[in-house]
Design a protein around this ligand. Structure first.
Ligand SMILES: [Zn+2]
Length: 230
């Protein structure tokens, strides 16, 4: 029985090896077009327009900031974000706004401020966010968190130096951004990515913070006010 069984096992071994090779070649065959598709993804592009010729010189500064930071934000926060964006400099009220992949920065603001690259970082983060619901405090807090982390390095803008008891995380922007940085450092290192994920999915609720950290936002805010060092 043993002399008959041995060749049988050997044949099964050969067949199994052949099967493995077939699987491998199928895997390679299926994998190849995917890799080609990834390689063919369009490059990041920024279109620039201005209705104020005296501000045309800012294009290279904006383009540099876009090329340096935007791909990093897409990779971290939303790989499906638009590859092509538009920046228009126009005479409008306010500082800047972003609608989808189109950012508008006020030309009158530009004439009197020197923190333009940082403003643009905040704005193109909104293109990356593309959240279905505008949870104002958290959306704006994350955009300012991104500005503080990704720069530019010489941004004259910065987060508040500390926090005061009458402030609230619900105020958004720099106040929330500083709180998020503190939570990232002291409570949960993935907190911003966690928040981004559920905001992007349109399922965010304040209770998510309890799920991630075991405590409410109000609890952490009170603790943060007592121990605000980052
Ligand atoms: Zn904003």
């Amino acid at each position: 029985m043993m002399t008959i069984a041995r060749p049988g096992r050997a044949r099964r071994g050969v067949l199994f090896a052949a099967f493995l090779l077939l699987c491998l070649s199928l895997t390679v065959g299926i994998g190849a077009p995917t890799a080609q598709a990834a390689a063919a993804k369009p490059k990041f592009q920024m279109n620039f327009t201005t209705d104020d010729p005296s501000l045309a010189y800012t294009e290279s500064m904006f383009r540099e900031q876009f090329e340096e930071v935007y791909p990093k934000l897409v990779k971290r926060f939303n790989p499906d974000a638009p590859r092509t964006v538009t920046l228009q400099i126009k005479y409008v009220d306010g500082v800047a706004s972003t609608d989808g992949a189109v950012t508008t920065i006020s030309s009158s603001y530009m004439h009197s401020h020197n923190d333009l690259a940082g403003v643009y970082t905040h704005e193109f983060m909104h293109t990356v966010q593309a959240y279905p619901e505008y949870v104002v405090w958290l959306t704006e807090g994350i955009a300012d968190y991104v500005r503080s982390v990704y720069g530019p390095k010489d941004d004259p803008w910065s987060l508040p130096a500390t926090v005061t008891p009458e402030q609230s995380y619900k105020q958004g922007y720099g106040i929330t951004a500083r709180f998020l940085l503190w939570m990232e450092k002291h409570v949960r290192s993935t907190i911003v990515d966690d928040a981004n994920r559920v905001l992007h999915a349109g399922t965010y609720s304040d209770d998510d913070f309890v799920t991630w950290t075991g405590q409410t936002l109000d609890y952490w805010w009170s603790y943060y006010v007592q121990h605000p060092e980052i």
